[in-house]
Design a protein around this ligand. Sequence first.
Ligand code: WT7
Length: 654
Amino acid sequence: MVEKVQAPIEALLQEGRTFPPPDEFRQRANINDPGVYEEAERDPEGFWARWAEQLHWFRKWERVLEWNPPWAKWFVGGKTNLAYNCLDRHLTGARKNKAAILWEGEPGEVRILTYWELYRQVCKFANVLKSLGVKKGDRVTIYMPMVPELPIAMLACARIGAVHSVVFGGFSSDALRDRIQDAQAKVLVTAEGGWRRGNIVPLKRNADEALKECPSIEHVVVFHRGCYEQSQVPMTPGRDLWWHELMAQAPLECPAEEMDAEDMLYILYTSGTTGKPKGVVHTTGGYMVGVYATTKWVFDLKEEDTYWCTADIGWVTGHSYIVYGPLLCGTTTVMYEGSPDWPERDRWWALVERHGVNILYTAPTAIRTFMRWGEEWPARHDLSSLRLLGSVGEPINPEAWVWYWRNIGGGRCPVVDTWWQTETGMIMITPLPGITVCKPGSATRPFPGVAADVVDDAGNSVPAGAGGYLVLKRPWPAMMRTIYGDPDRYVQQYWSRYPGIYFTGDGAKRDEDGYFWIVGRIDDVVNVAGHRIGTMEVESALVDHPSVAEAAVIGRSDEVKGQALWAFVTIKEGVDRHQGLEQELREHVARKIGGIARPDRIIFAAELPKTRSGKIMRRLLRDIAEGRALGDTTTLQDPAVVQTLREQYEHLEG
Ligand code: WT7
């Protein structure tokens, strides 16, 4: 029965209220011995090697780690295959006919792929890729809706040693073009469309637009999702091929390539502080081990669990914790194609009830949206199958944590707030649900074997209660290895502030109990609804518009999205600032990058505040947007500029 927890959130948030693992959960947990922290700390390499031993290697490694900062090699000399470990390894036992992927489309179809069926599809598609000339090391870009063919394409790449680069389906044709060009991909896998809130996302049309400037692409494989009739989809002869036609002819036999532990597995682009996205490179062996270990312990996966991570596979969360981690564990991973409010605001809770979901992993933005929609939506459904809840992507405020725990978890389920990044590949700071006493709003402690610290400018650990920069002091198996095609930027970006120490770009505090409280980005990166957006990228999109002279973009705190994008813009001399210009600029950015980067507000300014050397002072713009007192203005070239902006802003707010 669902235990209803009636206490108001405020009462649960009283000073000092902590959340230990419920007894029954602790007793059954995959890991409940607090000694693991010390054990891993004593011998981190031994700790990771013991995880690696649980997986399949064609050849065992000679050394666990070779560390020449900032260059790491894990499981040196080892040969393995990630797709083999996700599929073949499960086919000789009871998992053969177990559901691997349980998929629900937005219109309501359900498809269940068993491990056996998934294996067959992956082998066939691997042969399709081979028939198109894809070889080990070649890059394949995947631009798909959330359908099973997306993980099938990823696993097929991993099987033959091709490098996948998944581009989120919400990105625009320009963003897709840039990523294909950077990776020099040979094949693009896409679909004619996907469903989102009852609308069609025109993926193939975007792809055609992008491919006008992508000479590296030799073939496009198009999965027919059924949004349009096949005859309505323009296919370029010789280049474009239908997924189902290729699959109908593909042989089943496809041995898994013996990959070196350090062979590249995938590239995933993420925003940084420059206008150009970074291609984060992950390799095979270490990524596999790190993701496997964290999935098993953080989500406490059991053989009978149905696990649902609500992310899109276009982000790292989907790579590690929809596809690779759960399949490595032999679990049933749920995929949902569409929007949470389609056809109504209880779609997720209907899904949990229908499929008996046991573990749910989502983002604070989603939780805050549900809070806003009201408790009645989850209350309509029986959510008693749930036993563990997770959060990722941005800091979760204590109110949202407690709401989640109470209204979704019925007060029974531990909540794991997991901190990590595209670059870390795996969860790094997190509770272990059978051990950790949680404090709402804190990601708690580093995973065993992970060395995180909070340091000051000089690199010294800050005392308890103080704030500083979040750093990682020891290599970990799933760490990024480089930025694709730009090793200097890898060194510069992550390893130069404190030599030999990884700089996360996040600010954090650590309390008296050693718990970490992540504050957020300290660089020119904004976290909108759990998605990282570089302000420079948005600025370049804005100045690309013929009316715009200059633009400065900042993140302003937002109750639902965590942060929202606000753009301060000056327009060119002689341009008419007509009524529709704000809307036009917002749409221009959405077209250039994708809907997630569309600014919430455009503020037209006569001038932007600058230092005497001409640098835009975004800090002051943030102060203005947040409506707080201006920080230090002594370096400002012309103080009148901020004064005018401030008055204008107050006027805007009405
Ligand atoms: C940035 C990484 C890795 C999953 C999705 C985002 C922020 C992530 C948390 C958390 C506070 C968090 C950080 C980080 N972040 N998880 N639990 N608490 N902040 O991946 O796009 O690479 O962004 O997201 O700022 O640096 P990403």
